[in-house]
Ligand binder design. Sequence first.
Ligand code: TXA
Ligand code: MG
Length: 316
Amino acid sequence: MSEKPEILRPSDAGIAQAARLLAAGELVAMPTETVYGLAGDARSGEAVARIFAAKGRPAHNPLIVHLAAIEGARALADLPEPAEALAGAFWPGPLTLVAPLRAGHGVAPAVTAGLPTVALRLPAHPVARALLTAFGGPVAAPSANPSGRISPTTPAHVLAGLGDRVAAVLDGGACAVGLESSIVGFDAGRAVLLREGGVSREALEAVMGGALSQDASGKVTAPGQLASHYAPRAALRLGVLAPAPGEVWIGFGPECEGAELTLSATGDLNEAAARLFAVLHEADHLGRPIAVAPVPVAGLGAAINDRLRRAAAPRG
Ligand code: TXA
Ligand code: MG
């Protein structure tokens, strides 16, 4: 695909057209409350192959399957008891659960990169829910950015990164959460945090009634999670309260009053999460090295710091 994508309004007609494109095996950029997803029919090997090709994504990095209702998730996977509890608390919302595939699930093998488990999410964005309902099947959707680059939180970000590789962009406005979903897997029935994201560890632990387990490596990591990710083109330094001349300084909180850009002038972590990728995109356009102020690690700060560390990591 190399033509310009259709920009679809989030009207009944726009949503119906997006659902038709999905049913025809095409790719549609779908708004969610976390980031825009590059959506395709999860049951179609061809559509899924297109997703990997459009992003330049390594085949060993599995995709998240999006559904309109929990019954759809239960049809694809065996949700262990703690998964049901987390789903009850946070679905629809910015949480992905990884659970064993059921026989006859019908999902294309490339979606799970051949793993016996599948990552599942019910997004809360009303336009995503309407599209998933209209389509009526499981939708595979990674973030709608070229692999390794900054995630998209507006239609403009999608067009800048993948504009010639999607059939349509369904316009749902700017993403309210702004960080990808938290990912939780299960090891012998215990919840393991695989990716920090839009639901804080504290909120997950409150529902689980105790600390989340670590995986064997002791790190928070999903397969295919890249050390360098969310990367702007320019170099990026973290924890900076005194930027060097020429650097674009991204501030956080009132002590960074002179900063050129800010994640949140008042030091609000929810606002900082929602603005993070848009501010990184904006800083990147300025074409100068980037310096980011320290961000506390509590609540959504953990996921913000995770994304910033990967954005600053040496590029592969
Ligand atoms: O908020 C989000 O999660 C967004 C929106 C579009 O839903 N999607 C997203 O997808 O962030 P993506 O592809 O950028 O990240 C998916 C993550 C990867 O780190 C992948 O390794 C992990 O999910 N994942 C997928 N299937 C898995 C599985 N079976 N086991 C463990 N991790 C899995
Ligand atoms: Mg991504």
